[in-house]
Ligand binder design. Structure first.
Ligand code: BG6
Length: 504
């Protein structure tokens, strides 16, 4: 099968090759890129982890991952064999300052066989504790020296607060140039998240009303039905604010609120997003309860199944004060958004897995219909559904059929599934291909990550200084703690509840 001959020969080195991300997401994404002929004609994948493992066992594990988690399984044995013969494994102990010989030997052998100096992508799918040793090893080996050809992908979490993020940035910038560093936030690779840019700026219909004169408020919901699964150890140290808000939710907020970019250059788009983060009004410690709400799930039922509470989860402290739910009201202090509340919420063990952005418009300035006609009047809204069932819906008011004048709401829906036959790529497919191509638009620049940390730091500090008194405080399978409703109710608003999922 011909692949993309315009892409340079590439070696992709994955640190953390034994981890879930590699198995469930990265290799399935690469396999799908192969099926769509997007990969460079010459691509070698080298897995790196501490454990000793034969190439054959690594390949077998990868295949199992593809068969279990990929949107398309292995059907063509010949194609799989050609893909697999370029996958290999080396064992390296990153904590050993003399490590690296096996990796540099492998890189040299591959390039010798190809007879070219390949582009090299180093994907750090590893915990924060070994991030610096891994980067230091690459520096020591001199294998990530070419600013144009060698790239480093850094997985989240990027630091655990502003100081550690600054320190990690300083460490990485001391070894590599910024344009080599690709900080990943997989939400930015999701089709519908990217579509926010197209929707806003490729249509002249919406941008004129996309401001405080027409928009009443904005809601961003990222709800999950899952609990902490096997990640209790990590999650109990992180919580929803660090795990979801500092990155995914704030990035979505930036796309919704940013000014129109001048061109499609990575830095231009990133500058516009950073402007939004800078304009978010800092939440002061003493008023935190009016702007931020946290919660933790207790046992309950999700999608018809009984599930344990957070304190009973594996590797979680029984008296844990970690939030599994977080909701906020942010204000953006600029001309476009002054006075428009942005409500954000995310949580685990909620009734449905759904991510969506709702733009709720103001009432018409003058309502001349008889009051009986507008009894069921509802504001216009645009709902951008990120997942599942990607699409965009608008709610308008129409006359209900009949001899009386009665207005009612009608929804217009655009569904990706119906409009386009081609299935959408997974976020990691888009992002991996972008790194291979050297396009950083969908990745986070160092100052962007730090600006996002600056937004959440006052909340983080306030929450850490006062332990929650009433955790766990919402039953699994509910829409979170009651205090989250008060957050919106104070301004006369209420959360829009996305349609709940059917029981499987
Ligand atoms: C990850 C978080 O970044 O995103 C997880 O660490 C979360 O806790 C996941 O479950 C959600 O991603 P998605 O793509 O399933 O919405």
């Amino acid at each position: 099968m011909p692949q993309n001959s315009r892409l340079e020969p590439t070696i992709l080195v994955i640190f953390g090759a034994g981890g879930d991300l590699t198995w469930r997401k990265l290799l399935p994404a690469l396999y799908n890129l192969l099926l769509d002929n997007h990969l460079p004609e010459r691509l070698a994948i080298v897995g790196v982890a501490r454990r000793k493992l034969e190439d054959g066992s690594f390949r077998a594990k990868i295949r199992e991952g593809i068969d279990s988690f990929s949107r398309r399984q292995v059907e063509d044995e010949q194609l799989w064999n050609r893909f697999a013969e370029n996958i290999s494994y080396v064992s390296e102990d990153l904590t050993d300052s003399a490590s690296g010989a096996a990796l540099s030997g492998r890189l040299a052998r591959i390039e010798e066989q190809w007879g070219v100096r390949a582009n090299r992508v180093y994907y750090l799918a590893i915990p924060p504790t070994v991030m610096e040793p891994a980067a230091a090893m690459l520096k020591r080996l001199g294998v990530c020296r070419d600013c144009a050809r060698d790239r480093l992908v850094v997985e989240k979490p990027f630091g655990r607060d502003l100081l550690s993020a600054q320190a990690l940035n300083a460490f990485l910038n001391g070894m590599f140039v910024e344009s080599q560093i690709y900080r990943i936030d997989h939400y930015l690779g999701k089709e519908t998240v990217q579509n926010i840019l197209a929707f806003r700026f490729a249509n002249s219909l919406f941008e004129p009303v996309w401001n405080r004169s027409y928009i009443d408020h904005v809601q961003i919901t990222v709800a999950e039905t899952v609990g902490v699964e096997e990640r209790g150890e990590y999650y109990d140290q992180a919580g929803a604010l660090r795990d979801m808000v500092q990155n995914h939710l704030l990035q979505i907020l930036c796309l919704v609120a940013m000014e129109p970019p001048i061109n499609f250059e990575a830095d231009e788009i990133r500058n516009k997003k950073v402007d939004v983060l800078h304009a978010i009004r800092p939440i002061k410690g003493e008023e935190i309860h009016r702007y931020a709400v946290r919660g933790q799930y207790r046992k309950g039922n999700v999608l018809g199944k009984a599930v344990p509470g957070y304190p009973e989860e594996k590797n979680v402290a029984p008296d844990s004060g970690t939030e599994t739910y977080a909701a906020f009201k942010f204000h953006i202090d600029n001309w476009r958004w002054q006075g428009v509340p942005f409500y954000l919420r995310t949580g685990k063990r909620l009734p449905s897995k759904v991510s969506e952005v709702s733009i709720i418009f103001r009432s018409p300035p003058h309502q001349f219909f008889p009051s009986a006609a507008v009894e069921n009047w509802q504001p216009n809204r645009i709902v951008i559904r990120i997942q599942p069932e990607e699409g965009i819906g608008t709610r308008i008011q129409v006359k209900q059929p009949g001899t009386r004048l009665l207005l009612g709401a009608a929804d217009m829906q655009f569904l990706y599934r119906e409009a386009f036959r081609a299935p959408a790529p997974e976020a990691y497919e888009t992002l991996l291909l972008d790194v291979i191509r050297g396009d950083a638009t969908l990745f986070m620049r160092g100052d962007q990550v730090e600006s996002a940390w600056k937004v959440v730091m006052p909340i983080l500090e306030a929450w850490e200084s006062v332990p929650p008194a009433d955790f766990p405080d919402y039953p699994a399978g509910s829409w979170g703690p009651e205090t989250a409703d008060q957050l919106t109710a104070r301004e006369g608003h209420s959360w829009l509840q996305p349609a709940e999922q059917e029981e499987p």
